[in-house]
Design a protein around this ligand. Structure first.
Ligand SMILES: *Cc1c(COP(=O)(O)O)cnc(C)c1O
Length: 470
C-alpha cells in the first residue's frame, strides 16, 4: 500500500492492449483507434506522476478510462434538442423540422443508387433538376425552376449569371443584412456586379430607378425586407411598376423574396407574406426564395422564372458548386407535394402546424407539462404558466408576434437570482436531449408552441435532478 509509484510501474501500451478486458474494445473499435486512445491515457498518467507524484492506477482502471474516453469521443456533437425558445424557425436550431414523408424519402434515396442524373427512358445522362422542376412550376406558376444550396446561393448565382460586371440598382431601403454576414451589398460585390443605390432609406420612387438606368444596367432588383420593417413616412415602388419599367428598358426584373411562401398564410390566421406565385404574377422574371423558412422544407434556395433566364443560370459553372444533393431533392419534392392540399398543411407540415397552433392548444400542452416542471425544480424556483409571444423567426414577418403560453421559471434566490436562472438554463441544456428556452425579463421561459411530444419533454425533466440541488 505504501509502495511509491515510479515510471517503471506504468504498463506499456502493448500490455494494456493485450489485456483480456481490452479485447472487446479492440474488436469493437479497432486496434488502431484503441491503441491511440491508450497512448493518450498512459501519457496522462505519466504527466500526472511527474507533476504531482500521483499513484498509478491499476490496469483495470486504466482500461476503464480508455473505455470512457472512447465512449466520450463516440458522441456526436450534433444532436436533437427540444426547441422551446418561442422562435419557430430558429436558424441556430436548424430551422424547419421535416415531415415524416420527407424523412423517409431521404432515407430511401440515401440507401442505394438512384437515377439522380440519369434518364431512365433514353438511358442517357439526365438533369437532377428534372425531378423537382415540375412540382415547383406547378406550385408557383413559373415557366422554369432550379434549386441550389440555399437562398443566399440563389441570389449569388442569379446576380453572377445575369449581372456580372454590370450595374444593379437597389433601393436604399432594401440593403438588408440577413445575419451570418449575408448582406445584400456584399453579396452583390461577390457576385461581380456593381450596386447602384437608389432612393432613400424610407422612400424610394419609380423615378429613382428610371434615372439610373443606362446601357450598363443588368437588371432591376427588389429585396423583400423580411427581417425588419420601415414604418412611418415611407414609400416603396410596387413590384408591378418596377416590372414594367424593367420591361421597357429590356432588362430582367429579379425579386429576392427571402422567406417566401407558396400559400396565403392568412387562411391559417397568420399575417400575409408575399407568395412566389404573386411575385411571378407581378411581373418578376426571376424570383428566389428559401427552402427551410416558411416553406418548411430542407435547406435549399429555389430559383423560378423565365425559361431563358433559368437556362442561363443553370449553365453558369457556379451552379455546379452550389447545387443541391439528392437527399435535399428527395425531401423537397415530398414537402412541395403537401402544398397540393393546403387545407391539410397544418397537420401535414410541422412548420405550419406550429405556426398555426392555437393558444388554447398551447395552453393544454402547458397544463400537461406543468407538474413535471414543478417536480423537477422543487422548492428552488417558482413555476407558472404565463402569456407570452412566439415569433416566426428566420427573418420572416418580424413584427408579427404570435400569442402563446410558456412555462415561466423565476428564481427564489434572494441574491444573484439572474445567475441562478442562468444555472438552471444550463442544466436544461445539459440534458441528454437538451431543452432550450429563453431568458426574458428575469424569467426563464419555455414556450410550448413548438413542443413535439409532452411525453418526451416530461421524460427529460425527470432526469434534471435539480430537486434539492440548484
Ligand atoms: C433569409 C434570406 C436570404 C437567405 O436565405 P437562406 O436560405 O438562409 O440562405 C436571402 N435574402 C433574404 C431577403 C432573406 O430573408
Amino acid at each position: 500500500m505504501t509502495k511509491r509509484s515510479s515510471f517503471a510501474d506504468i504498463p506499456s501500451v502493448d500490455k494494456v492492449i493485450s489485456d483480456d478486458a481490452c479485447r472487446t474494445l479492440v474488436s469493437r473499435y479497432g486496434h488502431q483507434f484503441v491503441t491511440a486512445t491508450a497512448r493518450v491515457i498512459l501519457d496522462d498518467i505519466r504527466a500526472n506522476l511527474r507533476d504531482s507524484g500521483n499513484d498509478i492506477a491499476s490496469i483495470s482502471v486504466i482500461i476503464e478510462r480508455i473505455a470512457q474516453k472512447i465512449s466520450d469521443e463516440s458522441q456526436f456533437s450534433l444532436k436533437p434538442v427540444i426547441n422551446l425558445t418561442g422562435t419557430v424557425l430558429h436558424t441556430n436550431l436548424g430551422r424547419a423540422a421535416l415531415p415524416e414523408s420527407a424523412i423517409s424519402a431521404m432515407v430511401t434515396i440515401a440507401r442505394s443508387a438512384s437515377n439522380l442524373e440519369f434518364d431512365l427512358v433514353r438511358g442517357k445522362r439526365g438533369d437532377r433538376d428534372e425531378h423537382i422542376e415540375k412540382v415547383i412550376t406547378e406550385m408557383t406558376g413559373a415557366e422554369a425552376a432550379t434549386v441550389v444550396n440555399n437562398n443566399a446561393a440563389a441570389v449569388l448565382l442569379t446576380l453572377n449569371t445575369l449581372a456580372m460586371a454590370k450595374e444593379v440598382p437597389v433601393s436604399r431601403g432594401e440593403l438588408v443584412e440577413i445575419g451570418g454576414s449575408f448582406r445584400i451589398p456584399e453579396i452583390m460585390t461577390r457576385s461581380g456586379c456593381k450596386l447602384i443605390e437608389v432612393g432613400a432609406t424610407n422612400r424610394t420612387h419609380l423615378k429613382d430607378y428610371a434615372q439610373v438606368i443606362n446601357k450598363n444596367t443588368a437588371l432591376l432588383m427588389k429585396v423583400h425586407t423580411s427581417n425588419y420593417e420601415i414604418q412611418g413616412f415611407t414609400h416603396s415602388v410596387a413590384d408591378k411598376e418596377i416590372a414594367l419599367l424593367a420591361k421597357r428598358a429590356g432588362i430582367p426584373f429579379v425579386t429576392d423574396l427571402g422567406s417566401g411562401t407558396l400559400v396565403d398564410l392568412t387562411q391559417f390566421g397568420l399575417p400575409h407574406e408575399p407568395t412566389a406565385r404573386e411575385a411571378i404574377e407581378s411581373g418578376a422574371d426571376i424570383v428566389t426564395f428559401s427552402g427551410d423558412k416558411l416553406l418548411g422544407g430542407p435547406q435549399a434556395g429555389i430559383i423560378i422564372g423565365k425559361r431563358s433566364l433559368i437556362d442561363a443560370i443553370k449553365a453558369n459553372p457556379l451552379k455546379r458548386a452550389l447545387r443541391v444533393d439528392k437527399l435535399t431533392i428527395a425531401a423537397l419534392f415530398e414537402v412541395l407535394k403537401l402544398y397540393r392540399n393546403p387545407e391539410r398543411l397544418t397537420d401535414s407540415l410541422p412548420t405550419l402546424k406550429y405556426l398555426a397552433r392555437s393558444v388554447e392548444e398551447i395552453n393544454q400542452l402547458a397544463q400537461a407539462v406543468l407538474p413535471a416542471f414543478v417536480e423537477a425544480l422543487g422548492e428552488k424556483a417558482s413555476v407558472e404558466i404565463r402569456d407570452t409571444f412566439s415569433q416566426i423567426g428566420s427573418g420572416s414577418l418580424p413584427l408579427d408576434l404570435l400569442p402563446s403560453k410558456s412555462i415561466s421559471i423565476s428564481s427564489k434566490a434572494k441574491r444573484q437570482s439572474d445567475q441562478h436562472l442562468q444555472e438552471i438554463a444550463g442544466m436544461f441544456r445539459a440534458l441528454p436531449i437538451p431543452v432550450i428556452g429563453r431568458l426574458n425579463d428575469g424569467k426563464l421561459l419555455f414556450d410550448l408552441r413548438t413542443l413535439v411530444s409532452s411525453k418526451d419533454l416530461i421524460s427529460q425533466l425527470g432526469q434534471l435532478g435539480l430537486t434539492g440541488k440548484a
